[in-house]
Ligand binder design. Structure first.
Ligand SMILES: Cc1cc2nc3c(=O)[nH]c(=O)nc-3n(C[C@H](O)[C@H](O)[C@H](O)COP(=O)(O)O)c2cc1C
Length: 225
């Protein structure tokens, strides 16, 4: 097992990284990432594909405009078109992001600034390439994003249960497109309703944030409403 941290540490230490070192991902780490991708595809009925030593998707004008460099590994997030596809992609994609972090790698969600046409993903009939995740050894570990205060992102009450506070702390650390953090969590007893208050990539962001919330709160402490 090549993990160097647990999932809670991964939530805290993950930041988007756009510049990568010319350092190949070792075989054992590739094997773990491939195995988890297969599990995620089974659980979520998705067609996520992982590519190593494939620099073409990030060798494009858009990628350079997005300040990406040295990206030669990436995860292509593909699934059958459906109303809940984007949220599922967010949820399961972030599971892969946090595993990569636990394995000592860095990542960045990339829905726009890459060469979509150069992406090697095989997209079946009625399927969609929702986004990719850049992967590799970062030139730096990245920096923490600026965050909205918790009171703007949930209904704060005087005695919030500890699990809810921990869930919110993890949710606040989640990546969202352009760091907009347009989500709101509402708690009634042990039911939590997660709402998106944005438009752009709203459902992907919501899936990512819900995955973080579950890690912080502990799935056994609440249900989604
Ligand atoms: C759905 C989604 C799409 C994103 N698309 C891009 C992108 O096209 N280009 C880019 O440079 N960053 C992209 N990002 C990264 C965000 O800018 C980044 O997650 C955000 O600024 C928060 O920073 P952090 O990830 O370091 O916490 C995307 C993030 C998400 C969640």
């Amino acid at each position: 097992m090549a993990k160097i941290m647990d999932v809670h540490e991964a939530v805290r230490s993950r930041h988007s990284v756009r510049q990568y070192l010319d350092r190949p991902i070792p075989e054992d780490i590739r094997t773990e990432l491939i195995a988890e991708t297969e599990r995620v595809n089974r659980e979520g009925a998705l067609n996520i594909q992982i590519f190593f030593d494939e620099p073409r998707a990030f060798d494009s004008i858009l990628a350079k405009y997005g300040r990406f460099s040295g990206v030669s590994d990436y995860i292509a997030l593909v699934g059958q078109k459906a109303e809940d596809l984007d949220e599922k992609i967010g949820y399961f994609g972030e599971r892969l992001v946090l595993l990569a972090q636990m394995l000592g790698l860095n990542t960045c969600w990339v829905a726009e600034t890459y060469g979509k046409k150069r992406c090697r993903a095989k997209i079946g009939q009625n399927e969609k390439l929702v986004s990719v995740i850049a992967l590799g050894y970062g030139a730096t570990p990245g920096i923490p994003h600026k965050s909205k205060p918790m009171k703007i992102l949930c209904n704060v009450e005087n005695d919030m249960p500890e699990w809810f506070v921990k869930g919110m702390e993890a949710a606040i650390l989640a990546p969202t497109a352009m760091n907009l953090q347009r989500f709101f969590m509402e708690r009634m007893e042990n039911i939590v309703i997660a709402k998106s208050t944005g438009i752009r990539y709203a459902q992907i962001n919501l899936g990512i944030v819900k995955y973080h919330f579950e890690i912080g709160a502990g799935k056994e402490n609440f249900s989604w409403g």
